[in-house]
Ligand binder design. Sequence first.
Ligand SMILES: [Zn+2]
Length: 394
Amino acid sequence: MLVLTGIGTLVTNDVTLERGKLGVINNAALVVGDDNKVALACEAVNLPRELRTNAVDIGGRAVIPGFVDSHTHLVFGGDRALEFEARMSGKPYTAGGIRTTMSATRGASNDTLAENARRLANEALHTGTTTLETKSGYGLSVLDETRSLQVATSITSETTFLGAHVVPPDSQIDDYVNLVCGEMLAQCAPSAKWIDVFCDRGAFEVDHARAILSAGAKAGLGMRIHANQLQHGGGVQLGVELGVASCDHCTHLNDADISALADSNGSTVATLLPTAELCTRSQFPDARRLIDAGVTVALASDCNPGSSYTTSMPLVISLAVLNMNMTCEEAVWSATAGGAAALRRQDIGTLRIGASADFTVLNTPSYIHLAYRPGVKLVDAVFRLGGCVAGSLL
Ligand SMILES: [Zn+2]
């Protein structure tokens, strides 16, 4: 059993407390049971006397649920620093750069891919991410997609088959879609929980995306989609129509897209990835418009070597507040409970009683500092299943 007291601000995301969207308890205590789940979250003065003896006083620091980063691409070889420099010198970003990483990924051993993915997952952990989703999508052949997913399963249970990232060179799109829906899916499905498609300019059209997602669903995978990042298109509408867990990017939306997302009543989440806009110097999505319409919004890092090479959810929160008109409260919710909703998980992204004891101790008195102090290391300690897995309380 672990008992923390002296928590300046405890974010629980427990709406039943009737303490706002974040379920904030000030001057709080948090108790983790022997089952590694939250046993109690309350004001410290209400902590039962028998639990006070071994309590650890954290001196007024804030505690928040661990971040749930529901969109990353951590399995790849090489990096694209030179492409980044070229783009910063004025060359526009297109999806074609994915093929550069494809070559490096195909050339990398399983051990090299696993080591790189683990390094990035560990980097994410140290900035407070306790659950992350990650995808294949840089192998683009049956063999390389299959081994990419096997690597992905070594770092997370939230694995996504993204054979339909782009069409590899020397393939015809119809042939490739058939391969993705056939042999590639059959080989990859045992290591995947989700299927995803990049439905955008330079990648896959709506009809192909529909065929691929439907094939994945038939194979027992949950659906998610990359949609409306580079231009307006039918990806978001398709996602809602098919009932995907999340439409990711949502940078270019019209009123009909927003209504469709809102009408899903939270069943399809809009996951915004502002570091992708930051790193490509693109227009940020309008989070305010989505939230005001009643859409459930998640925030994620989109960590990948081309358009968003960061694992930092605190940076994502800063951008969401400073560039996308989200409140601090909304951004923290979207990076925790929102990410969990995008993965259809109820056991994480919250510190309500019974939830997995995954949480982060900040070196500040409030969650507000995550946006207020951009780029600064604010994480003191990260706990997963009640155990300290990064940093320390000292
Ligand atoms: Zn992505």
